[in-house]
Design a binder for this molecule. Structure first.
Ligand SMILES: [Zn+2]
Length: 261
């Protein structure tokens, strides 16, 4: 444990090579938004992340430094300003060039078992890998899906897994009780389900209506991709996430307009 802490501390101080900075400028939409201190912490986290996690390419893609640095940057955004053990339950990131077909079987929220193949842009497994489509990572980074980002989504699931299974309640630390967390999240999930039933657009992706686990992942995407909009439209949800992540992007980031990035 002490050795690990020492090793991580040393890695964080290394700084990053100029090419990595160019990848961040190109693909990491938050590069120009984060306060300098956060950006410095983030580059340290990227170093540790890349030293500890293993990347595999599937479907003929060669995993380049650009891919590794871009994925690590979005994952590290979730770790800023907090005690972190760097997603201890996952070690592997699998990258496909495009969206991919995955077999699946699940029970939906109406209790019906559904089985088949599904086109996916990403997935996260408990104690297993995070799987990502590089095409989807770039698409989301360039803002094609507005308040969504596949890397942020899948790593939010990893935070959720840290204290057990996917129930939408990550390890909360001091200051937030499980009761308070559940109360706010359940109210917000119900609100999203009402909006979903009416077919209306919202700052939260309607996919989050599936259940508490997906809701937390979708809310985390909106928190980091559209903080100003989320704080205006769902202030209670924003405030809770702001306390959990110990970040206040709607105030602290150099946002232009009311809904960038
Ligand atoms: Zn999900």
């Amino acid at each position: 444990m002490l050795l690990k802490r020492f090793r991580r501390g040393r890695l964080r101080k290394l700084g990053i090579p100029p090419e990595w900075r160019r990848y961040l400028e190109r693909n990491f939409v938050h590069y120009g938004l984060l306060p300098p201190r956060d950006l410095e912490e983030l580059t340290g986290h990227i170093r540790v992340f890349l030293a500890e996690k293993v990347f595999f390419g599937r479907g003929g893609i060669e995993v380049t430094d650009e891919i590794r640095v871009t994925v690590a940057a979005y994952a590290s955004l979730l770790l800023l300003r907090r005690e972190t053990d760097y997603f201890p339950r996952m070690r592997t990131v699998v990258v496909y060039p495009t969206e991919y077909l995955a077999p699946y079987r699940e029970v939906d929220r109406f209790g019906i078992e559904v089985e088949g193949y599904q086109v996916r842009s990403g997935e996260a497994w408990e104690k297993g890998p995070v799987v990502l489509s590089w095409e989807a990572v770039l698409r989301d980074s360039w803002g094609a899906r507005r308040c969504r980002h596949v890397v942020i989504h899948e790593f939010a699931h990893q935070l959720d897994y840290e204290n057990g299974y996917s129930d939408g309640v990550p390890a909360l630390g001091k200051g937030i009780s499980v009761e308070e967390w559940r109360r706010v999240m359940e109210t917000e999930l119900r609100a999203l389900r009402r909006v979903e039933a009416m077919g209306r657009a919202t700052v939260l992706d309607r996919y989050g209506a599936q259940g508490p686990g997906e809701f937390f992942a979708v809310a985390t995407e909106a928190f980091f991709m559209c903080p100003a909009k989320l704080s205006q439209r769902r202030p209670e949800l924003y405030r809770l996430l702001s306390r959990y992540f110990n970040q206040d992007p709607a105030s602290d980031w150099h946002l232009e307009g009311d809904d960038s990035p």
